[in-house]
Ligand binder design. Structure first.
Ligand code: DGI
Ligand code: FE
Ligand code: FE
Length: 184
């Protein structure tokens, strides 16, 4: 299996510097949350390290791998914000050899969340939201909730993200609404 140093080397080749730094902060936060919530630390760490691997991927590459990565045309049309999770899960499996379905699903769901999420999934979803570099209004409240109850933090992120998308007149991916309906 892959060593952390080798994953970092691959990441550096694949993502922009600012995103690389974000990923390291997500790793740190995911390990902190794993400790707090008695989750599998290595699983949370791997999920964090690989969650944004596909964010800066060329859309031509995505189109080639679309079928194999189970990305339908609708998802593709929403753009990288929506497909980079499932696409990263594909690379986690096919390039990095990760087989643990909890890690793969956590990576796949990290942007939109899931109607059902494992503890690793919730930790990645929240670590991504509250890592120390995040500055948006509401991040303090999210950090407070994450400190006490991971499910309340997940619910808060799901609601705030939908509000933010509507406020900015962004298209809502249907699964985003399903996740909201489940968590609200
Ligand atoms: O990859 P990151 O920037 O670290 O964070 P992320 O994966 O949580 O989110 C990327 C963006 O995706 C974020 O600005 C919100 C956006 N997003 C989430 N759900 C939807 C969405 N964008 C659209 N258009 N539709 C959605 O349903
Ligand atoms: Fe992401
Ligand atoms: Fe991220």
């Amino acid at each position: 299996s892959w060593e952390r140093a080798d994953i970092l080397k691959e990441l550096k080749k694949q993502v922009k510097k600012t995103r690389f730094e974000h990923i390291l902060r997500v790793e740190e936060k995911a390990l902190e949350l794993a400790e707090k919530y008695h989750a599998d630390k290595e699983a949370c760490q791997l999920a964090a390290l690989l969650h944004d691997y596909a964010k800066d991927l060329d859309v031509k590459v995505v189109k080639k791998l679309q079928k194999e990565a189970h990305i339908d045309d609708e998802m593709l049309a929403y753009g990288s914000n929506v497909w980079h999770g499932p696409m990263a899960a594909y690379f986690a499996k096919e390039k990095f050899g990760i087989t643990n379905p909890e890690i793969l699903t956590a990576i796949s769901q990290h942007t939109i969340g899931g109607r059902e999420m494992s503890l690793v999934g919730k930790i990645l979803f929240i670590a991504d939201y509250i890592e120390e570099g995040r500055k948006f209004p509401g991040v303090k409240k999210a950090r407070r909730l994450a400190d006490k109850n991971i499910d309340r933090a997940v619910r808060y992120k799901v609601i705030q993200t939908l509000l933010h998308l509507v406020e900015n007149e962004k298209k809502i991916y249907p699964e985003t609404l399903e996740v909201y309906n489940q968590w609200v």
